[in-house]
Every structure is written in structure tokens, then in C-alpha cells.
Design a protein. Structure first.
Length: 173
């Protein structure tokens, strides 16, 4: 048994690796309306040390602010981190090309947000060319009363990332 002590103090962010930071920012910021907290580029040996990326890699990164009540817009608020890795040409063969997992696949991850006007968000997403996974469903009466009547759907972003939209009863616009 380990004698070290530690604590997990707070949630920081959820990171998603994307093909194009610009396309992803269009989806998350322009389409879904979430603000960009910061954007930057990481280079140097720490890219390989931290992420295990090939030497000479660059990470283009942006943090999207998530609507969390009481959170200020400082550096330590929970964010969605979008990362585009620029891999040196000689290491391109090391990239793993896998298909996008189904929403129900083991290891699949999604980000969930509560919305008002779910139908308007779905319409905007479809106009922008992104996909609703299946459709909008409604939670029935046979579950915990705190979620009864909620309308929910999954979206796919530009890289197949899954976003769950949740609308409480009576919030349709």
C-alpha cells in the first residue's frame, strides 16, 4: 500500500483532439455559441514529454468556456480543451487512424450541456452541416423524477465528438 498522500482538488477541463482547430471552433463557438477563453500554440520538447507526441510536434490549442454557474472567466475555470496536433512529416506514419466510435461504444466520451430552445440548436447544427446522431428523445416517467420530461439528443461535431444537448421540461422556445 502506498504511503503517499494526495487530493484531487477541482475539475479542470475535458480535452478533445481534433483534425482542424478552426473547424472545431466554428462548431463550438459559432454554431453552439460558447465563448473562446483562450487560444495558443505549444511547441518544444515538453509537447513530446507531456503528450508522447513525436519530437518536433506542435499543438494548436483553444479553451472553450463552459456555462458553469458561479465560474469566473479566469485560467482555472472548467473548460473544453480543443487540441490540433501538427506532427512532423517524417512521423506522419505514426498517426493512428481509427474510426469514430459509436455513442454506445466502450470508451466513448461525450460532453453534455443544458440548453433552452433545443429545436433551434438542432436546426442550426443541421444548417451548418453537422449531424444529429439519431433524433430528439424525451425521458419518460419510469426514471428519477429529476430528469422526467427532459428532451435530449446527441450531436456529432466535426471530428465525430459527441455533444449531448439536454433541455428541461418547459424550456422549448
Amino acid at each position: 500500500m502506498s504511503s503517499s498522500t494526495f487530493s484531487i482538488d477541482t475539475y479542470s477541463h475535458t480535452g478533445i483532439v481534433v483534425r482542424s482547430l478552426d473547424k472545431s471552433l466554428h462548431f463550438w463557438h459559432n454554431c453552439l455559441g460558447l465563448p473562446i477563453q483562450r487560444r495558443g500554440t505549444l511547441t518544444g520538447p515538453n509537447v513530446g514529454i507531456i503528450a508522447g507526441a513525436p519530437a518536433g510536434s506542435t499543438i494548436h490549442v483553444a479553451h472553450i468556456l463552459l456555462p458553469i454557474p458561479g465560474a469566473a472567466a479566469d485560467a482555472l475555470v472548467p473548460t473544453l480543451e480543443l487540441l490540433e496536433y501538427e506532427i512532423p512529416a517524417e512521423a506522419e506514419g505514426k498517426k493512428e487512424h481509427t474510426r469514430v466510435p459509436e455513442a454506445w461504444s466502450i470508451g466513448a466520451v461525450h460532453v453534455a450541456v443544458v440548453v433552452k430552445g433545443l429545436d433551434g440548436v438542432v436546426e442550426k447544427v443541421r444548417e451548418e452541416g453537422w449531424a444529429v446522431v439519431s433524433g430528439v428523445g424525451k425521458i419518460g416517467e419510469d426514471v428519477d423524477e429529476r430528469v422526467r420530461g427532459w428532451r435530449i439528443c446527441y450531436l456529432r461535431g466535426p471530428d465525430g465528438e459527441i455533444v449531448e444537448l439536454m433541455e428541461p421540461p418547459g424550456e422549448s422556445e
